[in-house]
Design a protein around this ligand. Structure first.
Ligand code: UD1
Ligand code: UDP
Length: 385
């Protein structure tokens, strides 16, 4: 069976890397990889870290790409790969333009589609935009829906998609478990990274920040920057912010926060380095989907700068909270976690609602028609880190 995996952004590559490795180890599967290059630098970092070789690279990114321009290039360029490879099945991931455009192109050619990370929903097409639309489109045309959790399965059942769903856990935990195991405290890689980031102040607690959501462009990001500028005045805090390469994000962040004491604006980090920073952080402020899934595994509190999330599991477990993009609210919620050790402790429990490190193998087993023991967070062992 020929399986063509298609992905193009940083989070898709992180989450597809362990799956591609599992596909390559499966004798029944001939695995082919196509990267769209929706992200260029941020994708290439991940390909290098996981030693991922792509047989096709559509190289579609242009600076300041519009959604329609991106989508049109994706559909037209991926069609040539589908024609050349004639796959039995295409795998796409999540909710990006790459995922929905490549799923539609495969649907038009009547190729079977597997959706990795199926069934996430906010119920609001504007939040996140355009991702909520993308994930619904892929699920609607998908033949095999690999839902990470029971909640995502239930979302699909409400849309009458029974019969195609397998609950697998999220492959991000496979990637994180592999990566964090390499960073054992005192080990050679951890020491190397400690040397690389020797400008970190051991006497200040670390607030790690990321942000890129389109619905926060403009006022949302200006508010986030105002909150960070206020928090940077605390003598017990240092802020590390790897700034996403999207010019809509970079423009505001660089102009509002450059040169501020205690705020380190750095380029997007390699995944290994970012995991090292997550391990060292006191708390994380983000709008990222992947970081919301990773931090509970590492026992790190997360405040999410969004009004809704498609990842309710950790919010319910009490290790993630939504704070929106109002500057005053961000400052007060971060301050509460800094000033109340009991509250911080209650956010720092290590929980595994998103996966147990075996999601990729479950997906491969399902593709091969083998019985799958579905992911159940209640029987998953606690995270080892
Ligand atoms: C995209 C996805 C979003 C995902 C996010 C993860 C869509 C519509 N958006 O958002 O779902 O959560 O990735 O990060 O699919 N850029 C570079 N180099 C890079 C990456 C980006 O220069 O390596 C710049 C380019 O100018 C590009 C811009 O960032 O035009 C935006 O990239 P794009 O993929 O369109 O949107 P993201 O905001 O990154
Ligand atoms: N990440 C990274 N380097 C960074 C910031 C994030 O490798 O500088 C990783 C992070 O650990 C997570 C993924 O990138 O696995 C999340 O990507 P992003 O926030 O861009 O996308 P989302 O998850 O929101 O789709």
């Amino acid at each position: 069976m020929k399986v063509l995996s298609i992905f193009g952004t940083r989070p898709e590559a992180i989450k597809m890397a362990p799956l591609v490795a599992a596909l390559q180890n499966e004798p029944q599967i001939n695995s082919v990889v196509c990267v769209t290059g929706q992200h260029r630098e941020m994708l290439d970092q991940v390909l290098a870290l996981f030693d991922l070789q792509a047989q096709h690279d559509l190289d579609i990114m242009v600076p300041n790409q519009t959604l329609n321009g991106l989508y049109a290039r994706l559909i037209s360029r991926v069609d040539g790969v589908l024609e050349a490879e004639q796959p039995d099945c295409v795998l796409v991931h999540g909710d990006t333009s790459t995922a929905s455009a490549c799923a539609l192109a495969s649907f038009h050619r009547r190729v079977r589609i597997g959706h990795v990370e199926a069934g996430l929903r906010t119920g609001n097409l504007a939040m996140p935009f355009p991702e909520e639309m993308n994930r619904r489109v892929v699920d609607a045309v998908g033949d095999m829906l690999f839902a990470p959790t029971a909640e995502s399965r239930d979302n699909l059942l409400r849309e009458n998609l029974a019969g195609r769903i397998t609950v697998t856990g999220n492959t991000v935990i496979d990637a994180l478990a592999m990566t964090s195991a390499k960073l054992a405290p005192g080990g050679p890689l951890a020491l190397k990274l400690q040397g690389r980031y020797d400008w970190l102040d051991p006497n200040r607690r670390l607030l790690l920040v990321t942000g890129h959501r389109r619905e926060s462009f403009g006022d949302g990001f200006r508010n986030i920057c105002a909150a960070l500028a206020e928090l940077a005045r605390r003598p017990d805090l240092q802020i590390v912010y790897p700034v996403h390469l999207n010019p809509q994000v970079r423009g505001v962040v660089m102009s509002e926060l450059s040169g501020l004491a205690n705020v380190h604006l750095i380029d997007p980090l390699d995944y290994l380095d970012f995991v090292w920073f997550m391990q060292r952080s006191h708390l994380i402020l983000t709008d990222s989907g992947g970081v919301q899934e990773e931090a509970p595994y590492l026992g790190k509190p997360v405040l999410v700068m969004r009004d809704v999330t498609e990842r309710p599991e950790a919010v319910r477990a009490g290790t993630v909270a939504l704070v929106g993009t109002d500057a005053g609210r961000i400052v007060s919620e971060v301050s509460r976690l800094l000033d109340d050790p009991q509250l911080h402790d209650s956010f720092s429990r290590r929980i595994n609602p998103y996966g147990d490190g075996k999601a990729s193998q479950r997906i491969v087993d399902a593709l091969c028609g083998r019985a799958v023991s579905e992911f159940d967070p209640y029987s998953a062992a606690p995270s080892p880190v």
